[in-house]
Design a binder for this molecule. Sequence first.
Ligand code: FES
Length: 100
Amino acid sequence: FYVSRIRDRLFAISQRCPHLGCRVPFCEGSGRFECPCHGSVFDLAGEWIAGPAPRGMDGYALTEGADGVTVDLDQPRLGPPLGAREFLTPARGSSCAERA
Ligand code: FES
């Protein structure tokens, strides 16, 4: 799983694409998660941006305390619905698909 931080909020995000389960790498160029299988793109919070995925990236319950961050893999969370753009930020630059 990935842990990302946006606007002081942490997210634990599954690396499996919610479309057909490919591993979704992070693209440094765009600052987004880009699935190499069918081109779904997600922001740092796992919110869907483009492609055939039926929702944003799934994740896990995460708690932050004095002892650090705990990710509970026994509490999976479905990704945000299509259209959720609460944490969307502009892309840093070109996508990894464009440079391939
Ligand atoms: Fe990721 Fe199809 S498996 S877009």
